[in-house]
Design a protein around this ligand. Sequence first.
Ligand code: GLP
Length: 234
Amino acid sequence: MKIIRVKDSVEGGRVAFELLKEKLAAGAQTLGLATGSTPIEFYKQIVASDLDLSGLRSINLDEYVGLSADNDQSYHHFMHQNLFHAKPFKESFLPNGLAEDLDAETKRYDALLEQYPVGLQILGIGNNGHIGFNEPGTPFEAKTQVVDLAEDTIKANARFFDDESEVPRQAISMGISSILAAKSIILMAYGAAKADAIAGMVNGQPTTDLPASSLQNHPEVYVIVDDAAASKLD
Ligand code: GLP
């Protein structure tokens, strides 16, 4: 893992944007995208640039079960607001949280990932070390699946909803093995709440208790962190 220390999320977004340009120049055709507050500055950099994404595809990590694409807490909505409205891709894929047959939806997603291998995957990290919505305990071999959100994830994500009771209890998430299949990975983390997860991911033994520690098995991971998130690193 290559650790890149930055002052804040604005500088982190800039560093990630430079890496994105490098990977595009090297031939990346499909971007794996993430939601959450962490990548927002990165998306701002793209929106403010003259980069043309219309020849590329994007595949997002996850979506809540039960939220329609136009629900303003859905990840469909987040991606539209933060990136797609200004920088449309040739095709953009997210799991369908309203699919009647969720099992079939996970299979559809795995087929997409096989058809369009991800050249560069963007990741945030949950306070409990989750990536995508792969919560502690998820096997590293997991493919796209329907997941029950951990209690602390529901609490952490409640800040985006009017009330904690409105946070969906399930999501569809790309699995850890699908994330590890990306050619290059950028994981960003800012703030003290991420410090334990970052220390475990970088310095600990790989363990399913900390899903992000699976990234130690990947050959090209850039970890962009501010001082607070890096504060517990060896
Ligand atoms: C959610 C998403 C993750 C994200 C995490 C951290 O649970 N499924 O992809 O990395 O939250 O969110 P934030 O960036 O807001 O801290």
